[in-house]
Design a protein around this ligand. Structure first.
Ligand code: URA
Length: 244
C-alpha cells in the first residue's frame, strides 16, 4: 500500500485539520509502533504501521462514506453554477474525490450518500444488485387500487418496462396522502414520471432509506456526518420487502 505523511493521515482519520494534527504531534500525543522519532513528514504505511493517538489505536479508512440529509434547492452534482450537495459539507468532511452516489432532483429531500468509493457507488446503483431506494411521496390524491396494482407489478413508462416496486399508504398530511414507494432501479425522474403517467402529480418527495440504511432523522436538512462501517454495510444488505 502507498505510504502517506503522518500529519495527513491523522487529519484524515480523525477528521481534523493538518494544523491540529501537527499540534497533536508537537504535544507528544501520537505514537507509531516501531518508530522512535516521528514528525509530520514521517511516512506511514497504513497497513503496516500501528498509529496511536491519545493512547487509542486509529484505523485506516481507504474510503469515505458520508450521509447528508439533503434539503430542497441544492443539486446532486460535484460542480454546478448552483449550490451542490458537496457545498453543504462542513470543512472537516471535505476531501478531494467525493461525489454524490446517485442523483436526487433539486426539490427532492432526504438521504444522500456522498463517497469517494466509485466501486461501492456502482454496486449500490446497479439495477442488478436490487438495492432498495425507499421514498416518502406526497401525492395530489389517493392512488386507486388499479394504479397500485400496476406499480406493484411493474408499470410501463413510455418505451420502458419498469421493475415491480413497493407502494403502501403511510398517512395523510395537510390533507394530502403520503405513500412509501420502494424502487430497485433509478431512472431519470422515475417517481415523478410514474405518478405523472397516472395524472397524480408529486407534491413532495423525500428519500428515507437506501438498502438497509434509514435516514438518520437526528440530522436536520443540510446536516451530514460520516457513516460507521456497520452503517455502510447496511446499504448493500439484501432485503426482502419489495412488495408491501
Ligand atoms: N424519482 C424522482 O422523480 N426524483 C428523484 O429525485 C428521485 C426519484
Amino acid at each position: 500500500m502507498d505510504t502517506i505523511r503522518l500529519d495527513k493521515y491523522l487529519a484524515s482519520q480523525l477528521q481534523i485539520s493538518r494544523t491540529d494534527a501537527k499540534k497533536m504531534l508537537r504535544r507528544g500525543e501520537v505514537t507509531v509502533r516501531g518508530k522512535e522519532k516521528i514528525t509530520p513528514e514521517t511516512q506511514i504505511d497504513p497497513e503496516q504501521d500501528a498509529v496511536f493517538a491519545a493512547g487509542k489505536a486509529i484505523g485506516y479508512r481507504a474510503h469515505y462514506y458520508i450521509v447528508l440529509h439533503k434539503p430542497a434547492g441544492v443539486v446532486s452534482a460535484t460542480k454546478d453554477a448552483e449550490k451542490t450537495v458537496l457545498d453543504l459539507l462542513p470543512p472537516s468532511l471535505r476531501r478531494t474525490g467525493l461525489f454524490p452516489a446517485g442523483r436526487l432532483d433539486k426539490d427532492t429531500t432526504g438521504l444522500m450518500l456522498i463517497t469517494d468509493d466509485g466501486d461501492f457507488a456502482h454496486r449500490m446503483l446497479s439495477p442488478a444488485r436490487h438495492v432498495e431506494k425507499a421514498y416518502e411521496v406526497t401525492l395530489e390524491r389517493n392512488v386507486t387500487e388499479a394504479e397500485q396494482k400496476c406499480i406493484l407489478e411493474g408499470m410501463r413508462l413510455g418505451e420502458d418496462q419498469l421493475k415491480p416496486a413497493g407502494l403502501r399508504f403511510l398517512r395523510e398530511e395537510n390533507g394530502l396522502p403520503v405513500y412509501e414507494i420502494v424502487l430497485t432501479e433509478g431512472r431519470y425522474h422515475q417517481i415523478k414520471r410514474m405518478f405523472g403517467a397516472q395524472k397524480n402529480p408529486v407534491c413532495a418527495l423525500k428519500r428515507i432509506r437506501l438498502g438497509g440504511l434509514a435516514l438518520d432523522e437526528s440530522l436536520a436538512p443540510g446536516e451530514s456526518r460520516m457513516l460507521t462501517e456497520a452503517e455502510v454495510g447496511l446499504i448493500l444488505e439484501k432485503r426482502d420487502c419489495q412488495k408491501k
